[in-house]
Design a protein around this ligand. Sequence first.
Ligand SMILES: CC(C)(COP(=O)(O)OP(=O)(O)OC[C@H]1O[C@@H](n2cnc3c(N)ncnc32)[C@H](O)[C@@H]1OP(=O)(O)O)[C@@H](O)C(=O)NCCC(=O)NCCS
Length: 211
Amino acid sequence: MEGRASIVAGESVVLNAPRRDEFVARWSLFNDPMLAMMLGSPVLAHGVHTRTMPPVSAEYREALYEEHVARRVLCFEVRLADGDGRCIGEAYLADLTWPRASGELCVAIFSPDDRRQGYGTEAATLVCAYAFDGLGLNRISLRFPVENVAATQATERAGPDLRARKVGVEREAEWVFGRHGDVAVWEVLRSDFPPHPATAELRTPPGEFAG
Ligand SMILES: CC(C)(COP(=O)(O)OP(=O)(O)OC[C@H]1O[C@@H](n2cnc3c(N)ncnc32)[C@H](O)[C@@H]1OP(=O)(O)O)[C@@H](O)C(=O)NCCC(=O)NCCS
């Protein structure tokens, strides 16, 4: 993956910093209304957000990248760890504010062919590890429509390992699948999240870093 800025690596996927040209060029992938519905399609009051209903334009992606540059949203590429390092998805930490130190995690694996192979779960875990150990976030939340079976099952399966807990259900909180649908909210706290090998050295006690 020459010329790419890798942040943290897992067994199957790595998180990379997106390059503007490639990030913007992916705009058309987000014109799948079903993907938008699965994500939850909110358009937040402060404007550009990681999730929105189509039509999504290259200019929207430009604006999102600017939010990333301003560090109000952090965007990550999810790339395969092996082979050509193909970009299979993106992950986001949105609504970052300090000193609140909280953010909302969202993961999208683009192609159905790449789903159900553990990539989404590993990407979410790596974002949490980096956010807690690298960025010093204190809390990460996850919101998705209750009808999103993949997100529901994946979160319920990974939740115990990540020490995540379901906060509850926001009723009719987003526009999903033709009506205002319920949204599940999960959270994980830094103090609960178990150490992860990808970021273990970032937790090394002072004086013990071997370099
Ligand atoms: C939700 C999403 C990120 C999950 O990522 P993924 O790589 O497909 O999921 P994983 O392979 O990590 O799934 C782990 C477990 O979750 C469950 N799961 C995942 N997808 C499922 C599905 N479609 N139906 C039922 N269970 C599913 C399974 O138990 C699975 O383990 P198994 O395959 O060994 O049985 C992915 O489906 C996606 O990008 N969807 C579109 C965008 C989206 O909805 N994002 C979530 C909003 S934050």
